[in-house]
Design a protein around this ligand. Sequence first.
Ligand code: PMP
Length: 393
Amino acid sequence: MGQTMSDGRTDVVYLDYNATAPLRPEALEATLGALHCVGNASSVHHLGRDAASRVDTARRQLAELLTCTPGEIIFTSGATEANNLALRAAHARGGVFVTTAVEHPAVLEAAQAITMETPGSLVVLPVDKDGVVGLESLDEALRHHDVGVVSAMIANNETGVLTDLGPIVKAAHEAGALVHTDATQYVGRLHLDLNEVDVDLLSLSAHKFGGPQGVGALFVRRGVPLPHRPLLIGGGQERGWRAGTLNVAGIAGLGAAAQAARLQLKHEAARTTTLRDSLEQELISNVPGCWINGAPVPRLPGVTSVTFPGVPADAVLAAMPEVAASDGSACSSGAPSPSHVLIAMGRSREDADSTVRFSLGYATTECDIDRAVDATVRAVTYVRSVMAGPAKP
Ligand code: PMP
């Protein structure tokens, strides 16, 4: 199904779900419903109570998706804020900060800023050629340092590569460290049960699973000894963790998207895996020399990171405006530096710059994949021919 783009153009194949997913109809309805009401969720009159009850509903819907309790959720403006909030508070316990080389900048740069005044208190774990964090490097960090917090993403935004958090959590907890995970790309896409995944802190953003942009949440496990270090101070909302009038409409949309994602999760995961696999097979069969980053290891269902060696990704994307995809991570597009994720996986700068990320989701169809394959094959062939220059007489 072609998605309607915000500039009014239709019939664009939208394969950029990791940048943002289209708003689910359920989320649109809940958001509009809340926008029509006037109350502040902190007011005691019935209009305020109506707003508060929409927030309560959303908190319960999100808790059901995560298998946690509503009281363990703090609503934020998104994963960036949730990451910053979590990491600042966790680091205030003291100790060395451990994270991985493939984190989103909302973790990596936050970690650098938070540890800036204590040189030597940040350890960044390397990954292998498939983007997987080695447990040996974590064990070594835990042996040599007094580690306060370990932050490891459960799914990578550029490659979709998954992290097996079980052994990381076990090792970190045995050493007395807290564990945070950036689950922004995972929540709503694969099953998550916070009774099984024993992390202390988890960040998410609504718009990655079909909710509105600009709203997210931080899960803080009950009983975790987390120093109270809010980023925003004032009104005491969210149990003093996030002051400011609640974004009731956004939160209502987040809740409705969480519920829809939970109910359709198994079906959507299976469907997007099949579509992603077919996209990869077609590209590999039709574009000589291309490869899939992280192909041999477990990945998110709907994401593929494809390198077309020697063919700049921005030129490929420009040559196929009918497909909306990303060169590397959309969050860093515009920045001159190559993808730090692919570089950490040992790719050259040239290969990193020749990599396109296609990310699929709940509304992607077989027809979208067929059109994307045709467009990509044509675009890569065209860019290669332009780069080869005119044939010599
Ligand atoms: N973490 C990851 C893994 C992400 O992919 C993103 C968004 N690209 C973020 C954090 C930040 O999310 P937001 O911009 O919604 O705050």
